[in-house]
Design a binder for this molecule. Structure first.
Ligand code: HEM
Length: 294
């Protein structure tokens, strides 16, 4: 490569990143949006930006911020995430130096922490350069109507094992399903903007009944007579409690919140790094657009 190509942009200073974190924090409160918070949908944006990764072909992942373009952005699997991207647009305008791929992943990390979750390790340096040879096909994100073998097929492709699949599923402590986005409807827990291990406790302790929605979609439901609230679970959420090798982890996380927090932090951090290559000594990213001359 030419000397020009080896010049990398100066990494952001700690205070620049701190300013971005603060501006993400400032937009989490959204009185007119779901449960008054942008937090859950930002967590989903971070996950879907990274969850297209395929370890065998080294394609997909958060680099490139492909959801900016229709092929990935208008994938039905990503329906609703335009809200998350729009919330973050004010931060991008104010701090144009940050890449979308860094902003989307960082926003998920900031949101988890702000909603009472753990500190998820995060490093910047992702590129928005779209490498056409790394574009993920549609169909790489999980289908909630399926079972444990499907989850294994999807998450093993990213490099995750059964325990990591269960820990990651605990993100469904947050947010809700929207009938006009996924076809499923409702929230998993009573406080969907508060990170906790309640999701695992509810999976195990409540009696979930199948329910077919008016659109024909099948989910599971629990109606609490006392509080007059209805909670939901996806078929995949209950599948992890049926699978002999995943079920012990559902039990462990239901009983031990600290263990769940530690394991979730590690695996969510790992998810957001998929496809990112760093110099092991400096942490500096190696696969930037500069590598290819822009
Ligand atoms: C929402 C499926 C894993 C975080 C949803 C929705 C579905 C779904 C169907 C509802 C979307 C909507 O209607 O708006 C799945 C399946 C998974 C999975 C099948 C496989 C295990 C994950 C992971 C994370 C995550 C790994 C993050 C670590 C979320 C969050 C929401 C959500 C935070 C709520 C979004 C909102 O409130 O707008 N998921 N998901 N999910 N998912 Fe997952």
């Amino acid at each position: 490569s030419t000397s020009e190509n080896t010049e990398r942009p100066a990494p952001p200073t700690d205070s620049q990143l701190e300013a971005v974190r603060e501006d993400i924090l400032a937009l989490l409160k959204q009185p007119d949006y779901d449960d008054g918070s942008a937090g859950p949908v930002l967590v989903r944006l971070a996950w879907h930006s990274a969850g297209t990764y395929d370890k065998d072909t080294d394609t997909g992942g958060s680099n490139g911020a492909g959801m900016r373009y229709p092929y990935e952005g208008e994938d039905p699997a990503n329906a609703g995430l335009e809200h998350a991207r729009l919330f973050l647009e004010v931060v991008k305008k104010k701090h144009p130096w940050i890449t979308y791929s860094d902003l989307w992943t960082l926003a998920g990390v900031v949101a988890v922490k702000a909603m009472g979750g753990p500190d998820v390790p995060w490093q910047g340096g992702r590129t928005d350069f779209v490498d056409d040879s790394k574009l993920p096909p549609r169909g790489r994100l999980p289908d909630a109507a399926q079972g444990a073998d499907h989850l294994r097929h999807i998450f093993n492709r990213m490099g995750f094992n059964d325990q990591e699949i269960v820990a990651l599923s605990g993100a469904h402590n947050l947010g809700r399903c929207h009938i006009d986005r996924s076809g499923f409807d409702g929230a998993w827990v009573n406080s969907p903007t508060r990170f906790s291990n309640q999701y695992f406790r509810l999976i195990r302790n409540l009696e979930w009944k199948p329910k077919v929605l008016t659109n024909g979609v099948k989910q599971f439901t629990y109606y609490d007579e006392d509080t007059e609230t209805e909670l939901m679970m996806l078929p995949t959420d209950l599948a992890i409690n049926q699978d002999p090798s995943m079920e012990p982890w559902v039990a462990a996380y239901a009983e031990d919140k600290d263990r769940f927090y530690a394991d979730f932090a590690a695996v969510f951090g790992k998810l957001l790094e998929l496809g990112i290559k760093r110099d092991s000594a400096t942490g500096h990213i190696l696969n930037t657009d500069n590598e290819k001359g822009g």
